[in-house]
Design a binder for this molecule. Sequence first.
Ligand code: NDP
Length: 493
Amino acid sequence: MSAGSTPSEYGLFIGGASLPASRGERAPVLDPATNRPIATAPVGRADDARHAMEVAESAFRNSGWAEDDGGRRARALYRLARLLEERAESFAVLETTNMGKTIRESKGDIGYVVRTLDYVAGLADKIEGETIPVPGARLDYTLREPLGVTVHIAPWNYPLLLAIRSVAPALAAGNAVVLKPASLTPLTALSFAALAKEAGVPDGIFNVVVGPGGEVGETLVTDPRCRSVSFTGSSEVGQRIAELAARRVIPMTLELGGKSPVVVLPDADLDRAAKGIGFGIFGNAGQMCWAGSRLIVPDALHDELVAKVSKIANGLKLGPGSESTSEMGPVVSADQLDRVVGFVEEARSAGSTVVAGGDRAKEPPLDAGNFVRPTIVTGVSPEQRVVREEVFGPVLSVLRYGQVDEAVRLANDTRYGLFAALWTRDLSQAHTLARQLEAGMVSINEPPTTFPQSPFGGYKESGIGFEQGRRVVESYTRRKNVIVNLGSAKAKK
Ligand code: NDP
């Protein structure tokens, strides 16, 4: 199975083979631009999840992947990066057809996965322990060991990128992996698993089970062989995963939702800020955990900045992601479309003003897909749902402030803390405010931007732990302390 040939019937990927779901169930996978089926995917159940865990555990013990010094794993991951690079175009097309994002965005995502693989491959043979000075004639040292079988549960907004962001370091550390992609968008993960086999990842070390989150996801996390869970998705499901992981006392990384503030200071370059704000809320049709969805703007600049961002919103060309001229694709599903439009309707009913967009695209052929117009809502108060909750669509709420301390208070007035943006020419003030913002990531004069070498994670209900960065591979290991008495009479307590 490869993305190039785009099969119409996909299987689960367990033990290096494509398998039907145990009960033979299949579900159509839809193109969000048309809501027409593009393929069918297996619907795995609890017994498929347990089978994947059993196969992964056996491969972890018997394939030699964990015992390697890291060189073999590095080579396999580099090879995997090259194979993906060669097939980047077909993977990007598959991602766009399944998820809806523009082909330019999908190409960016696949390039990001390649860079992630290269980055963690470089870390695979640099997993080191320490020697620790202790009293007497003793040697005290630590070992970094893989955890065993790690479980990864991924969302639909960056289907391959967010899955591999945690899978790649877990593989680099010597673990065996079971991945559950979102039911809406399983195709690139399934194709990627076949590529990993081609790159030399042993059978059973990388498995993919598709199926309903409540059944398959929970079975994976509660399985006694699961040694850690890495979850990206909504805060509500993240809380459930945290409960399950706590009962089993296993480590977890949670990358959850956001309601990220974009604070514009009075001295900002407004044209540059407007472009960054537009990118940060309309990119990926707003379906980004760290979308800059709350614009916090000085009273005096409100109208001018809203006009500039509205011009960008109104100028964006909506269309199927597969068409090179499209600048914004559909949202992932009809349910997501209803959810997004529902937020806007509620804001309108509460007396807020919709100054751009505000509805689904009703003209053919867009009416057949899940297209929402880029939307800006002004006249909102901090208590409104559109300001407090993650819309996960192209909807920007605009809040006004008088003094800068009020802007910081508004920015931090959220249960989330994933990301915050600042736009200003005064870098001294920017660095000072960066410390005051309650967010795991802050950008100054940049839209949301990250690289595989930059830690990515949230404060508050946006999550626990970090993905990416130099320590990420270590986070998929456990540390063992070994103390040796060197046998000398001088060894004493
Ligand atoms: P979910 O959190 O519901 O799903 C994310 C992943 O978790 C999917 O693979 C899903 O499987 C799985 N899952 C669902 N329930 C469970 C469970 N009980 N135990 C284990 N795994 C489970 O997000 P959605 O995709 O439904 O999106 C809903 C909202 O979540 C969005 O509107 C947005 O607000 C937020 N979100 C945030 C993301 C982020 O990056 N921070 C990414 C995606 C969504 P299945 O697909 O089968 O349901």
